[in-house]
Write a protein that binds this ligand. Structure first.
Ligand code: ATP
Ligand code: MG
Length: 409
């Protein structure tokens, strides 16, 4: 048997990037050969094995053929006769279809190295169109390598467009889509992921609510970039630049969905877009079965981001309601993430990226003031049940009034 490094490990070594996980392909071996060497099979009938020591994935060379709709509709053929070149041709991009032996000799039948130099994400063969997940993968790689100057080859974008129009994307499960979305959002340039999906028509299929934001104007005085879609991309860009976690990035992407519902005659104003957007945010959350913390933060940021921007003008009673809505007493981290999302929203405006955001510290101070109200003295005064709840609220309101006065003096 012959063993080669393949995929990301080869690509990233040639790019001079750190290699995290290594995928291997094994040519000229059978399942029995692998088991005899102590490899553990990952599944009952899939020719992929884990190395007994390193735990890395070793796959028998295989060919693949589409045999129906969706992901279940794939048949593969693994045997010792399958060549390295035959295995590489089933892969998505030329830069992912190179192999390397233990002497670092490169096998590159589809010119991945040439495309690395040309900074092109290009499909290996027309069989690319057999797996719609590749639309998302390519957009994700575009987000990851944008800073290096990579773009999607026009002919690959054409194939991605055909896949998007064919209805094949709908055959993907929520889990597989979310895995790609969540990884893409954590890349350095997550906005490029959305741009590429949009350019090939996949955004309109996967998240029409986000697609609808492009072409919707906002008031120039607050939003020099005007376009709501452009603004959303900038907010995402800022979130990545400020190393925000996935929850915040997801909330950033969805925070303004309500603006896509504004009747044209009301443009460029978007009255009550925060509230109107909630049902759209809920729909997107559920479509991809986003994790609970992502879902929750997206809804809260959608509803309250304007409160965040107006923090310094809010009445103490409104501040208190905001803090109660976030249950800041038990969930301080979630409120911190809300503040971060608001700040990214403010910075995601053309020319205002570096402007300070005093609302952030003001909101933190308000949370601290409200949280500093001690329950024990109220218990000692004999309050219980609903009366205790009311008493705590009164004390918190007092604390917020005092906070607002000191903060503004
Ligand atoms: P990463 O750095 O994200 O791990 P990777 O290129 O190693 O990138 P993997 O998902 O680990 O990506 O897959 C390993 C290799 O398997 C890819 O480089 C590609 O050659 C191939 N591959 C994975 N998924 C697909 C797919 N859906 N269609 C075609 N080829 C794929
Ligand atoms: Mg990999």
């Amino acid at each position: 048997m012959r063993i080669y490094k393949v995929g990301g490990a080869v690509r990233d070594r040639l790019l001079g990037r750190p290699v995290t996980d290594i995928d291997w392909v094994v040519v000229g071996a059978t399942t029995e050969d692998m088991l005899a060497k102590g490899f553990r099979p990952v599944g009952a009938d899939f020719p992929v094995f884990l190395h007994p020591k390193s735990g890395e994935e070793y796959a028998l060379a295989r060919t693949e053929r589409k045999s129906g709709r969706g992901y279940g509709g794939f048949t593969f053929h693994a045997s010792p006769e399958v060549t390295l070149e035959e295995d590489l041709i089933r892969r998505d991009l030329t830069i992912n279809a190179m192999a390397e032996d233990d002497q670092q000799n490169l096998t590159d039948p589809y010119h991945g190295q040439r495309d690395l130099e040309a900074r092109l994400l290009r499909h290996v063969s027309p069989a690319f169109a057999e797996d719609p997940l590749r639309v998302l993968r390519v957009a994700r790689f575009a987000a990851r390598y944008a800073a290096l100057g990579f773009t999607v080859a026009p002919e690959t974008l054409d194939l991605m467009r055909q896949l998007s129009e064919s209805g094949e994307l709908q055959a993907l499960t929520a889990e597989r889509i979310w895995k790609e979305i969540s990884r893409a959002l954590m890349e350095d340039q997550p906005q490029v992921f959305i741009e590429v999906l949009r350019a090939c028509g996949a955004l309109n299929v996967l998240m029409p609510e986000v697609d609808a934001l492009f072409g919707v104007p906002q008031p120039q005085a607050h939003h020099p970039e005007i376009d709501t879609g452009a603004h959303t991309l900038s907010v995402l860009e800022q979130a990545a630049r400020h190393k925000q976690p996935l929850t915040v990035r997801w909330a950033c992407l969805l925070h303004d969905l309500g603006k896509g519902l504004t009747p044209e005659e009301e443009w460029p104003r978007h009255i009550a877009h925060e509230f109107k957007g909630l049902k759209l945010i809920k729909a997107v959350n559920e479509r991809f079965k986003a994790p609970r913390d992502c879902q929750e933060l997206a809804l809260l940021v959608g509803e309250y981001h304007t409160h965040g921007h107006r923090a310094l003008e809010l009445k103490p009673s409104t501040l208190l309601e905001l803090l109660q809505s976030f249950d800041v007493y038990r969930r301080p981290q979630r409120f911190e993430e809300f503040i971060a999302a608001c700040e990214m929203d403010a910075r995601g405006r053309k020319g205002l990226e570096e402007r300070s955001y005093p609302q952030a510290d003001y909101l933190r101070g308000a949370a601290t003031a409200a949280r500093s109200v001690a329950v024990q003295p109220l218990l000692e005064k004999g309050f219980k049940g609903p009366e205790l709840g009311e008493a705590i609220k009164r004390e918190r309101l007092k604390a917020l009034k005092a906070y607002k006065e000191t903060a503004s003096s």
